[in-house]
Design a protein around this ligand. Structure first.
Ligand code: AMP
Ligand code: MG
Length: 364
């Protein structure tokens, strides 16, 4: 179905919220800013709205959607029982970029939203415009990132239109998003917080909020520290770490072939990246480099894109997805990206960069 896309500029915010909320209440799908990335929202109780989200994105229907609420007190209507540790995390991080996977109350949201699971992923976004929109719509809003499946998540309203114009009812423009990467998805099992997807809330922050009595297991770490095979159905022993169905899908890939280059020593990193770029250039490829601000001036390539300071991984997190889109716009065929330190938000940043690289990482 081809739909007209409405675009609400910031100076018409009130009218935009009213129109967008009316579209959502009528079963439509509308993109809106959150503090992580732009989301594509629809009434989480409606089968049709959920189907329209999956269709607009081209998203596999076995990958469940996160349900967004205007207020933490609305969580009990959707999910339960909610444990003490989960409530502690909600109090610490909501509104904010933390998604909790909780037991779903039967019938509270469409089975399309949960992909038929007995759990539902819930969060309260830390962006005021998002909360006002959800409150005005008067229903829980299922909202995955507002990109075509497999494309980088949108951090500007323009990115949403690039991917979804003509496929959705509109986009509410709130300017650039803050974090630039998606929310952290966690599930609490027997007093342990399992990070299913790293994101805007760091493992360090989770540890601090959870307190000494609780364990936090970072994404990809099994109960014995092994790397967990995160694919759905790859084992369902109760003793194993819970999994997020979404992690089995390829994500965030630019069209060009991206390779992540890692080194502990900055000088070594720079020569490793430049050597790789030169070799690709000699074989005729149009070459791009994704670099930190401190190193960008050293490089020669068809395009050098700066992600932000090495000391401030939150800058690179904010800039990454727009940079990946630029790689496509500039027709780059071989992309070499500097790795970043995995501290704080750097862990989520590296998780996304590794995915964009299809897992290709070269240590130099
Ligand atoms: P997106 O909406 O594109 O940011 O992706 C949502 C992420 O949350 C995906 O990785 C989903 O697999 C994950 N997710 C959503 N619902 C659940 C759930 N009930 N259990 C585990 N993971 C979930
Ligand atoms: Mg997404």
């Amino acid at each position: 179905m081809k739909l007209h896309t409405i675009y609400w500029p910031p100076e018409r915010e009130e009218a935009g919220i009213r129109e967008a909320a009316a579209a959502l209440a009528a079963g439509g799908v509308v993109a809106f800013p959150t503090e992580t990335v732009y989301g594509l929202g629809g009434d989480a109780r409606s089968v049709e709205a959920a189907e329209r989200i999956f269709a607009a994105k081209g998203r596999p229907s076995d990958n469940p959607l996160i349900v967004h609420l205007a207020d933490a007190k609305d969580a009990d209507a959707l999910a339960g029982p909610i444990g003490e540790l989960e409530r502690k995390l909600m109090a610490a991080f909501w509104p904010g970029p933390l998604t909790l996977v909780l037991p779903v109350r039967p019938g509270a949201v469409s089975a399309r939203v949960t992909a038929g699971l007995d759990t539902v992923a819930v969060r309260v976004p830390g962006h005021e415009l998002a909360r006002r929109l959800i409150a005005a719509a008067g229903c829980p809003i299922a909202a995955p990132s507002a990109n075509r499946s497999g494309r980088p998540s949108p951090t500007l309203a323009r990115h949403v239109l690039e991917d979804l114009d003509g496929r959705i009812d509109g986009v509410l423009d709130g300017g650039p998003t803050g974090v630039g990467l998606e929310s952290t998805v966690v599930r609490v099992v027997d007093g342990t917080v399992h990070v299913l997807r790293p994101g805007g809330v760091t493992a360090e922050q989770l540890r601090e909020a959870a307190g000494a009595g609780a364990k936090v297991v970072a994404a990809g770490e099994g109960p014995s520290g092994d790397r967990v095979n995160n694919e759905t159905g790859a084992g369902s022993e109760a003793s194993e770490a819970p999994r997020s169905p979404g992690v089995k899908y390829t994500h965030y890939a630019p069209r060009g072939r991206m390779t992540l280059i890692a080194a502990d020593d900055p000088a070594r990193l720079r020569s490793g990246v430049q050597d790789a770029a030169d070799a690709a250039g000699r074989s005729g490829a149009k070459v791009g480099i994704l670099a930190c601000a401190e190193h960008a001036g050293f490089y020669r390539a068809d395009a050098v894109l700066t992600l932000g300071s090495r000391e401030r991984p939150e800058q690179a997190a904010q800039a990454l997805y727009a940079a990946l889109r630029q790689c496509d716009e500039r027709g780059l065929e071989a992309i070499f990206a500097e790795s970043f330190p995995e501290k704080g938000i750097g862990a989520a940043l590296m998780n996304r960069m590794l995915k964009a690289s299809g897992g290709r990482i070269v240590r130099v």
